[in-house]
Design a protein around this ligand. Structure first.
Ligand SMILES: *[C@@H]1O[C@H](CO)[C@@H](O)[C@H](O)[C@H]1NC(C)=O
Ligand SMILES: *[C@@H]1O[C@H](CO)[C@@H](O)[C@H](O)[C@H]1NC(C)=O
Ligand SMILES: *[C@@H]1O[C@H](CO)[C@@H](O)[C@H](O)[C@H]1NC(C)=O
Ligand SMILES: *[C@@H]1O[C@H](CO)[C@@H](O)[C@H](O)[C@H]1NC(C)=O
Ligand SMILES: *[C@@H]1O[C@H](CO)[C@@H](O)[C@H](O)[C@H]1NC(C)=O
Ligand SMILES: *[C@@H]1O[C@H](CO)[C@@H](O)[C@H](O)[C@H]1NC(C)=O
Ligand SMILES: *[C@@H]1O[C@H](CO)[C@@H](O)[C@H](O)[C@H]1NC(C)=O
Ligand SMILES: *[C@@H]1O[C@H](CO)[C@@H](O)[C@H](O)[C@H]1NC(C)=O
Ligand SMILES: *[C@@H]1O[C@H](CO)[C@@H](O)[C@H](O)[C@H]1NC(C)=O
Length: 772
């Protein structure tokens, strides 16, 4: 779900752009965040502003068109200079002039400037431009800033650096950030995007070395009220005091609800009254949003992670599954506190989490969702800041149990050397558990990025380069070069690879020519895709995501019938039996999306299996916000009942504050690594500007490892075993260690001997013979 965090309108426009000219990634540049660079520790405000005085280090020549159109060129169209247009209806935003790219006949036509020699590799640049559109048949269109880069090997790349949904009403600010790899021969920046016939107007363009901002500080919260419920009268010991009906419905109190806390809250909610068995019944609900509500303004603390939990039920009369959602209205914005879907009359747990980063003035919590006319019942609602670290002790214990093995090193020596009593130092060199990252063709040109990757990860997945839209953007026009180059790279660096993805079920992700096929054409194209890809790469990819996001889309199923999805699995298996075939979807583990609850996922997998689909693994993408351990592990437990390996396939967490991001990442990594069903964790990138999610990086653009990156490395280190001691009288040395490869140093009075050994997965103690 690479672009899931944008509005639909936004990514639709991106998508349209993508087909028209090559772009390096579906990923987006940071549109807003000018990322921090913690290497800049001491901030001298006067120096900074002095240094970055307006435009002084802008690498664009004649950026405001004071010098006419000098230094600018047209890209496939005409460019003109203006002081105004339409008798003063269109005026410059700043200064005296603006330029237009007109007579555009292709969406990639626009205005450009060569910046070769003025742009340095491996420095982060920020780009801003005042732009709008004019004429044609649209009032709004995407304007994109793109770099065209030619490398010494004459390899050409197009790098998208910023995009703005521009309008014909007013100037808008296009903003982005980029970084170049290697030593490019030529670099040109250009603006493009709107449909033919629509002009691009530009008032100024600034490209300068990204300003260094101070690193984020860890949010300081004194005496965190962990586990303390902020909802008044949750238990209804005091009638329905504190509660009011939202909308034209009625609340009454009844008896007979569970007296146990909902499971996900059991271990994280602090001291609480025993549940009373009383519940609120909501009747006369004239609309889906009607239900019990409470004002909680002033009770929420910034930056804390709140867990939400409630028992809910619906009255009789429902003919289809009903959604129940705990919602927060935070200054009028909807915040999802968790949702659940069911179609029976028993009590269900609803659980979720949220966090507030800006002080709100008005907050209401309400429970909503079922169809109008249905009664809604709520027994207790708890909202409390959760102490996420409190679980770590338990998780460490679980980790120790499932990821380690007892080891007996038996030393033997052919000579008459007495090994007993020799001092040994054992150090794990590598943990064999799969920790991976997404990479792209462009990313592997960045040597610093590659160094970090190879050192800290043993698996990868390609961001876009294997997707059908990438390998066959137009029918019969194949591009396997990028995937081939990435495969070579992985082979050279000993990296295992997930194949992502053969198909993608969500319509917006499907290239127009495929969408335009009739059914017989489509079935042929699907068969050809399977045959081409899986024959070409037989044995190369350890996993395939066969049909990405089947819980969130239904393109192939709608067009070709339900069996098509199982057919994709069956055919893939025939073509490459060595690959494990995965389902892969998002919002599985966070309680926020009823389309992809663990229950829905299980239903889908069983259904596929019933149709003979050889499903070999469960992919949880893991694009998550405010993760809370008990919710994530509850999902893993449920999915674990299927007995299939679970992988986190696209994990990323996003927060502008890198310490909060680090905490979120730690929660996810610890939960995953401690769960017996999880067999691999792949991050969806780690280096700023090579990721699709904003504010998710572990390493900032220019190579500084941030707090989230440090946390990742610390965990990787924690998950390496060390041991020291003396060989006993039996010639043995025992310890318990993580699976992986080890180095051992044996110290004799006169010499040191080093050996390596491997520890495979297994339950029983492993005896390793070490001959000296
Ligand atoms: C900040 O820079 C200014 C100008 O260079 C200098 O006069 C001032 O002493 C500096 N302040 C600090 C706190 O370093
Ligand atoms: C820099 O430019 C901005 C907007 O163009 C303007 O508001 C600001 O006053 C300028 N600052 C200086 C120091 O010129
Ligand atoms: C930019 O334009 C000016 C005026 O036409 C010209 O003198 C200068 O050489 C140009 N610079 C570059 C790098 O093309
Ligand atoms: C746009 O194209 C038309 C037809 O080729 C041409 O007459 C006109 O001069 C062009 N406009 C500009 C601004 O170059
Ligand atoms: C303008 O757009 C409308 C609706 O998309 C379309 O019907 C019409 O033909 C378009 N007109 C021109 C001149 O392209
Ligand atoms: C409230 O609902 C009742 C029953 O559906 C209806 O008769 C009444 O007009 C509604 N009142 C308002 C203010 O909407
Ligand atoms: C080997 O060395 C250990 C410790 O130094 C000693 O206790 C033991 O007696 C020695 N064994 C032999 C066979 O020399
Ligand atoms: C489907 O499309 C193909 C290619 O355009 C065409 O040859 C074929 O007749 C179409 N089939 C049907 C049933 O329309
Ligand atoms: C020998 O093993 C120790 C402990 O793992 C390690 O620190 C050391 O670097 C190794 N020496 C060589 C020469 O490999």
């Amino acid at each position: 779900m690479e672009i899931f965090f944008l509005s639909l309108l936004f990514h639709l426009s991106l998508f349209v752009l993508q087909w028209v000219f090559p772009v390096e990634s579906v990923s987006l540049p940071n549109l807003l965040a000018l990322e921090t660079n913690p290497s800049f520790h001491v901030i001298n405000q006067s120096k900074r502003t002095g240094h970055h005085a307006n435009g002084s280090n802008n690498i664009i020549l004649n950026p405001t068109f004071e010098d006419g159109l000098s230094n600018w060129s047209a890209k496939g169209c005409d460019i003109l200079l203006h002081e105004s247009m339409e008798d003063g209806k269109v005026l410059p935003l700043n200064g005296k002039f603006f330029a237009s790219a007109t007579n555009r006949t292709r969406s990639w036509n626009g205005i450009e400037q060569e910046i070769t020699g003025r742009v340095q590799p491996n420095l982060a640049y920020e780009v801003t431009a005042a732009v709008r559109i004019y004429g044609g048949n649209v009032s709004s269109a995407g304007i994109q800033a793109t770099l065209w880069v030619q490398s010494p090997d004459i390899h050409e790349q197009y790098i998208r650096i910023a995009i703005l949904q521009a309008t014909n009403k007013d100037w808008g600010q296009l903003q982005g950030k980029f970084l170049l790899n290697g030593s490019p021969l030529r670099v040109i920046i250009f603006l493009e995007g709107p449909p033919p016939g629509t002009d691009i107007l530009i008032n100024n363009l600034v490209v300068k070395h990204a300003e260094k901002v101070p690193p984020s500080l860890r949010p300081l919260i004194k005496n965190e009220p962990f586990g303390v419920n902020i909802v008044e009268n949750s238990n209804l010991d005091d009638g329905i005091n504190g509660w009011f009906p939202l909308g034209n419905c009625s609340l009454s109190m009844e008896f007979g609800s569970p007296i146990e806390l909902p499971p996900m809250a059991r271990n994280s909610l602090g001291f609480h009254e025993r549940l009373s068995g009383q519940y609120i019944r909501v009747t006369s609900r004239a609309d889906t949003w009607m239900g019990p509500a409470q004002m909680i303004s002033g009770k929420l603390k910034l930056h804390l992670t709140y867990q939400v939990s409630a028992w809910v039920r619906i009255g009789p009369g429902s003919t289809r599954p009903q959604v129940v959602n705990v919602a927060l209205s935070v200054d009028g914005n909807w915040v999802n506190g968790g949702q659940v879907e069911f179609n029976d009359e028993s009590w269900h747990e609803v659980g979720g989490s949220f966090r507030i980063d800006k002080q709100p003035s008005n907050v209401m919590v309400y429970i909503q969702g079922p169809a109008a006319g249905l009664d809604l019942m709520v027994a207790g609602l708890w909202i409390f800041p959760v102490d996420r670290r409190a679980r770590f002790k338990l998780l460490k214990k679980q980790t120790d149990k499932i990821r380690k093995r007892d080891l007996i090193l038996k030393f033997s020596s052919s000579e008459a050397v007495n090994v007993s009593g020799a001092f040994v130092k054992v150090e794990q060199i590598q943990n064999s558990f799969p920790f991976g990252s997404c990479i792209t063709r462009r990313a592997i040109d960045n040597e610093d990025l590659v160094r970090f990757l190879v050192k800290n990860f043993n698996w990868v997945v390609f961001g876009n380069e294997l997707k059908w839209s990438w390998t066959e953007p137009q029918q019969g026009n194949f591009n396997y070069n990028d995937a081939d180059e990435l495969l070579d790279f992985c082979k050279n660096h000993n990296l295992e690879i997930r194949g992502h993805c053969i198909f993608w079920e969500v319509e917006y992700a499907i290239q127009p020519w495929v969408q335009g096929l009739n059914n017989s054409g489509l079935i042929t194209a699907v068969q050809n895709r399977l045959t081409d890809l899986l024959t070409r790469y037989k044995g190369k990819f350890r996993h395939y995501d066969v049909d990405n996001e089947m819980l969130h889309g239904s393109f192939y199923k709608d067009r070709l019938g339900k069996d098509i999805q199982a057919t994709m699995f069956r055919t893939s298996h025939q073509l490459d039996p060595s690959a494990t075939l995965f389902v892969n979807d998002y919002h599985i583990e966070d309680g926020s999306d009823v389309r992809s609850s663990p229950e829905e996922y299980i239903r889908q997998i069983l259904d596929l299996q019933q149709q003979g689909a050889p499903v070999g693994g469960i992919g949880i993408q893991g694009h998550i916000d405010n993760p809370v351990g008990p919710i994530v592990s509850s999902a893993l437990d449920k999915l674990g009942t299927l007995g299939l390996p679970i992988w986190f396939t696209e994990l990323d967490v996003s927060s502008t504050n890198e310490f909060v991001r680090a905490d979120d990442l730690e929660v996810m990594l610890r939960e995953a690594y401690a769960h017996p069903s999880v067999e691999g964790i792949i991050l969806w990138g780690f280096w700023e500007l090579y990721m699709s999610r904003e504010n998710a990086q572990l390493v900032n653009a220019e190579g500084k490892i941030n707090a989230a990156g440090k946390r990742y490395l610390a965990l990787k280190k924690e998950w390496l075993s060390y041991a020291r001691g003396y060989i006993d009288a039996q010639g043995e040395f025992r310890f318990r260690g993580f699976y992986g490869t080890y180095n051992i140093e044996i110290n004799f009075p006169t010499m040191k001997i080093n050996r390596t050994f491997a520890v495979d997965k297994g339950e029983s103690p492993l005896v390793i013979n070490i001959g000296l």
